[in-house]
Design a protein around this ligand. Structure first.
Ligand code: UDP
Ligand code: MG
Length: 319
C-alpha cells in the first residue's frame, strides 16, 4: 500500500528557541506511533528578526531529502499570511497547521488522522478545554467574542477552537480558493464547510520564547473576524436611523394634536427637537444604506467561490 504523507505547516515568527524542539518532537512521533505515515514540514518564517531562518535552514539540510521545506517572508506579514503561503505550497494527503512553540501537542495528530481516515471526517481540530495561564479578562472577552461572532455572522466558531487542525487534501484545495486579502483563517475554515471533529485538550505552556500577541494585535484580529463575515454593524445604522425617524413622526403628530385641540403653538425647543430627529435620522439611515452597497462591493471584490462541491458523479471526462 502506498504510504500517505502528512504535511505540517508551521508559521514561525522569532521562534529560534522552538523550531528545533518542534522538529525533534514531530520526528519522534512519526518514527513511533505514526510510522505508517511519511511527514513533511513547511516552516514559514514570517519575517523573523532573530535566528529562526538560519535554524530552519540547518534543520532542512540535516533532514532527509525533501522532508523539511521553508518559505521566508520579506517582512512580518502575520500568521494568517503565513498559513496561506504554507497551504499554497502544500502537496500532502493531509495537511495540518501547527504553532512552532509546541502549544499544539503533536501527539494529537494520532487521533486527528484517525478521525479523517476511519471516522469519515474531512477535518479535525483541537479545542482548548481550559485556558490555564490566561488572565480572567482575556477569558471573558474571548467568551463574549465567540458569542457575538456566532450571533452576527453566518460562520460558526467553536469556543476554545485553535488554529491547530488537520485537513484532507480536498478541503485545503477549497480553502485556497478563498483568495481575500484580509484573511480570518478560523472563519474561512468554517465557511468552506465539510465535516469537522473537535478534539479537546488541556492548554500547554509554550516550550520556549515569548507569545507574539499584543493587546493591539488581538483587537485587530477580533475586528477582522467580525468585519470579514458580519454585515450586522451596517444594519445597525439603518435601524438607528429608522427609529429616529419614527420618533420624529410621533413627535410631529403630538405637536399637531397639541396645536389643533388646544390651540397651542409649538415652542422653539420642540421644533428644534423635531428637526434634529428628522435630519439626524435621515442621515444615519442613508449612511446605513450606503454601507449596504459597500458590503456588496466588498463581497464581490473578495471573489469567494459561489459554491463548494464535495462530491459528484461527474467524471473528469464529462467536464
Ligand atoms: N506567528 C507568526 N506571525 C506573527 C505572530 C505569530 O507566524 O506575526 C506564529 C508564532 O511563531 C507561533 C504561532 O504563530 O508559531 C502562534 O503565536 P504565539 O505562540 O505567539 O501565540 P499564542 O500561542 O500566544 O496565542
Ligand atoms: Mg503560542
Amino acid at each position: 500500500m502506498e504510504r500517505k504523507t502528512v504535511e505540517l505547516i508551521v508559521p514561525s515568527y522569532n521562534e529560534e528557541a522552538c523550531v528545533e524542539l518542534f522538529y525533534e518532537a514531530v520526528r519522534s512521533l512519526f518514527s513511533e506511533q505514526l510510522k505508517a505515515y511519511d511527514f513533511r514540514l513547511i516552516y514559514v518564517d514570517d519575517g523573523s528578526s532573530d535566528g529562526t531562518l538560519q535554524k530552519v535552514k540547518h534543520i532542512a539540510a540535516a533532514a532527509p531529502e525533501g522532508q523539511v521545506h521553508y518559505i521566508s517572508f520579506s517582512r512580518n506579514l502575520g500568521k494568517e499570511a503565513a498559513i496561506y503561503a504554507g497551504l499554497e505550497h502544500s502537496a500532502g494527503d493531509f495537511v495540518a497547521v501547527m504553532d512552532a512553540d509546541l502549544q499544539h501537542p503533536p501527539a494529537l495528530l494520532i487521533d486527528m488522522l484517525h478521525a479523517i481516515e476511519e471516522e469519515g471526517y474531512d477535518s479535525c481540530g483541537a479545542r482548548r478545554e481550559d485556558r490555564k495561564g490566561e488572565g480572567a479578562v482575556k477569558r471573558i472577552f474571548s467568551a463574549a467574542y465567540y458569542h457575538i461572532v456566532n450571533q452576527m455572522t453566518t460562520v460558526e466558531l467553536t469556543p476554545g477552537s485553535t488554529d491547530f487542525r488537520l485537513m484532507s487534501r480536498q478541503m485545503v484545495n477549497e480553502v485556497l480558493k478563498l483568495t481575500e486579502r484580509e484573511r480570518f483563517t478560523k472563519g474561512i475554515f468554517s465557511w468552506v464547510g465539510f465535516k469537522t471533529k473537535w478534539i479537546p485538550y488541556h492548554n500547554v505552556e509554550r516550550a520556549a520564547g515569548r507569545s507574539k500577541w499584543s493587546i493591539r494585535g488581538l483587537i485587530h484580529y477580533a475586528a477582522s473576524g467580525l468585519l470579514s463575515f458580519a454585515k450586522a454593524p451596517l444594519r445597525f445604522a439603518i435601524w438607528i436611523g429608522f427609529f429616529a425617524l419614527l420618533f420624529a413622526f410621533v413627535d410631529f403628530i403630538l405637536l399637531v394634536v397639541q396645536g389643533c385641540r388646544y390651540g397651542m403653538l409649538p415652542e422653539a425647543v420642540q421644533v428644534a427637537v423635531l428637526l434634529l430627529l428628522l435630519f439626524g435620522g435621515l442621515t444615519v439611515l442613508l449612511l446605513g444604506l450606503v454601507g449596504e452597497y459597500l458590503a456588496r462591493i466588498l463581497a464581490e471584490t473578495k471573489q469567494r467561490p459561489l459554491y463548494i462541491m464535495k462530491e459528484s458523479n461527474y467524471g473528469e471526462s464529462d467536464r
